[in-house]
Design a protein around this ligand. Structure first.
Ligand SMILES: C[S@@+](CC[C@H](N)C(=O)[O-])C[C@H]1O[C@@H](n2cnc3c(N)ncnc32)[C@H](O)[C@@H]1O
Length: 293
C-alpha cells in the first residue's frame, strides 16, 4: 500500500468516527446540521474574482458559440455558492437580469460588493456600468439592471424567464435532478441555451475518483444523511436522459476521462451501478451545452 492510500485510510477512519457521532446527534435531534468539519460541503470557489471570471468565460463562450455572439440579456445561474461573482461578470458584460438559485443562502450583499470591487480591479470594465451594479446591490432601483437571489429556490411558485442558464460544479450535488431539469425547461423559452459543468468524481469520499459508485446504498445513506448536501452519484447519462426528456437538444458534450486519476476496478461497482456504461464509468467531468427545442 502506498503512502497516499495509507493517509487516506487514516483520514477516513477519523472522519467515520466523527460522522458516527454526528449521525447519533442527528438521530436525537433531526434538525441538527453540522456547520463545520468534513461533513459540510461549502459554497465553492466564488470568493475568488479570477475564478468567477473563468467560470463566466467558460459558459459565455458556449453561449456565443451555439446561440449568439451577443451577451444574453436574461441570465440565470444555479448554485452560485459563496458569492454571485459569476453573475456579476454577466451583468458587467451587458446582461440586464441575473437570477441566482441556490439550495442554501451562502451569498450576501457584502460578499457581492467585495467581489465586484475585486472584479473591477481585475478587468477594465465600464465604470458607469459597475457603479450602477453597486447601486442595485445597495438596494436602489435600476430599470435596466436586475439582480434576484433566491435560496432555497425549490419551493418558488413562479420561476422567472431567462435566455441562458449555467451552473458550475453544482449538478452533481442536486438531490432532485428531475425537478431541476423541469425547472430549467420552464425558465427557458424555445431556443434558450444551458451550459453545465459537472464533476462526477467522488469529492474525496473515496480514495479512487470513482469509488463512490462502489458504495452500497445503505452505507451511502449514512454518509449522505448528515450533510446539508452531498453528491448525488448520478453519471453523465442521467443528465443526458433528463435533458432529452425535458425537450432539450444536446449541442455539445466536452467530456474528460482523466487517465491519471486512480480508478476502481469495474468489478467493485455496487449492484445499483453495475450496469454503468463504459462512458459513464470513465467520465470524470463534463461540460454539457443544450438548447430548448
Ligand atoms: C461546490 S458548490 C459550487 C459553487 C460555485 N458554483 C462554484 O463554482 O464555486 C455547490 C453549490 O451547489 C449548490 N446546490 C446544492 N444543491 C442545490 C440545488 N438543489 N439547487 C441549487 N443549488 C444547489 C450548493 O448550495 C452550492 O452553492
Amino acid at each position: 500500500m502506498n503512502a497516499a492510500k495509507m493517509r487516506f485510510i487514516l483520514f477516513n477512519l477519523a472522519r467515520n468516527a466523527y460522522r458516527t457521532a454526528q449521525y447519533a446527534l442527528k438521530q436525537i435531534n433531526p434538525n441538527y446540521s453540522p456547520k463545520s468539519g468534513s461533513l459540510f460541503i461549502g459554497g465553492g470557489g466564488t470568493n475568488n474574482a479570477g475564478y468567477c471570471k473563468g467560470v463566466w468565460q467558460t459558459h459565455i463562450e458556449a453561449y456565443k458559440r451555439f446561440a449568439s455572439p451577443i451577451t444574453p440579456l436574461r441570465v440565470a445561474e444555479f448554485g452560485p455558492g459563496n458569492t454571485i461573482g459569476s453573475g456579476l461578470c454577466a451583468l458587467l458584460d451587458g446582461a440586464c437580469e441575473y437570477y441566482a438559485f441556490d439550495a442554501y443562502s451562502y451569498s450576501d450583499n457584502d460578499g457581492a460588493l467585495a467581489l465586484l470591487d475585486k472584479l473591477i480591479k481585475l478587468c477594465d470594465y465600464d465604470k458607469n456600468r459597475s457603479d450602477r451594479i453597486v447601486r442595485v446591490l445597495n438596494g436602489e432601483k435600476d430599470e435596466a439592471i436586475k439582480i434576484n437571489y433566491v435560496a432555497p429556490w425549490e419551493n418558488t411558485a413562479t420561476l422567472p424567464k431567462a435566455d441562458f442558464i449555467f451552473s458550475q460544479a453544482v449538478l452533481e450535488h442536486v438531490d432532485n435532478l428531475k425537478k431541476f431539469y423541469e425547472a430549467q425547461a420552464q425558465i427557458l423559452d424555445r431556443g434558450g441555451l444551458c451550459s453545465h459543468q459537472i464533476d462526477f468524481r467522488s469529492h474525496g469520499e473515496t480514495f479512487e475518483w470513482n469509488g463512490h459508485w462502489a458504495i452500497s446504498l445503505n452505507r451511502w445513506r449514512k454518509i449522505r444523511y448528515i450533510r446539508p448536501y452531498s453528491i448525488n452519484r448520478e453519471p453523465l447519462s442521467t443528465h443526458l436522459k433528463l435533458l432529452k426528456q425535458n425537450g432539450f437538444e444536446i449541442l455539445n458534450i466536452q467530456t474528460v476521462a482523466d487517465k491519471k486519476l486512480i480508478s476502481i476496478d469495474r468489478r467493485r461497482l455496487a449492484p445499483e451501478f453495475a450496469n454503468l456504461s463504459d462512458e459513464d464509468f470513465t467520465t470524470s467531468s463534463a461540460l454539457i451545452v443544450a438548447r430548448k427545442a
